[in-house]
Design a protein around this ligand. Sequence first.
Ligand SMILES: NC(=O)CC[C@H](N)C(=O)O
Length: 304
Amino acid sequence: MTDYQSILNEIYRQVMLVKDRGTVASYIPELQKVNANHFGFHLKLKSGESYGVGDYDVPFSVQSISKVLSLALAASFKNNNILRRLDVEPSGHPFNQLALLEVEHGIPRNPFINSGAIVIADILVSKLDNPKADFLNYVRDITGDASIDYDPIVAQSEKTTGHRNMAAAHLLKTFGNLNNDVDEVLDFYFHQCALSMTCAQVSNAFFMFANRGKCLFKKSRLTEQKVKRINAIMLTCGFYDEAGEFAFEVGLPGKSGVGGGIVALLPDHFVVSVWSPGLNKRGNSKLGMQALEQFTTKTQLSIF
Ligand SMILES: NC(=O)CC[C@H](N)C(=O)O
């Protein structure tokens, strides 16, 4: 039997030797205060068994990792019109790029770049009675963990500095691809990104994507077919202009966030979550990518 804990310990030992941990995100001022030396790694097998090393129980700002959960909730509604309002192609550009949105008439390339996630936020604002509370309850529900919450300071920090997202939302509005009030949609989006979760909680939230739509203790609202599709979008678009590199090095569907978290999964096998706040040039966790590459190499478990 594979000794997962020893594999995690070995990865931890190796990443601790790395000198260049990347750069902590600074465009959201509150994120810059996070200590770059954190490192957490958590593995959850389909059987429910869990393994962790380092700071896997320390909460961090999940940022764009939340975009998969908002997509999952939006996709669970009938008549969501998702595929009429955005595409499912990799953008090959940074997550906050605006040029493509203008050229492509307000149809975002995919739900994981910011403009696409803002369209998904618009759908949720339309569908939910109390968008922020209902989305939080959804995340608590799929993880079975009522302690998960937003970090209001991070949300406020992004609200005061998120001019590119404001520009994206206004551009979407001019193309008729944003139905609600721009400020209301962005307030929801900034809170969604400011969810504070540990690696262990992120693994639990993403368990349903590795388990054909079933959460740890209950059925999710997602059909198997929708899970298959969301996993495909994670593989092709989860890392923006580094999606190819992640598939090449790690070989799993996954999603990153500028808080330094990455979650990845092998359908029917496991979910793995890693957190190291230092980012590479493309805004993905530098050590996180390295640790996941080691994990799929050592275990020989990837979709390829
Ligand atoms: N890649 C990310 O994690 C970006 C999320 C961040 N909240 C933003 O909108 O810029």
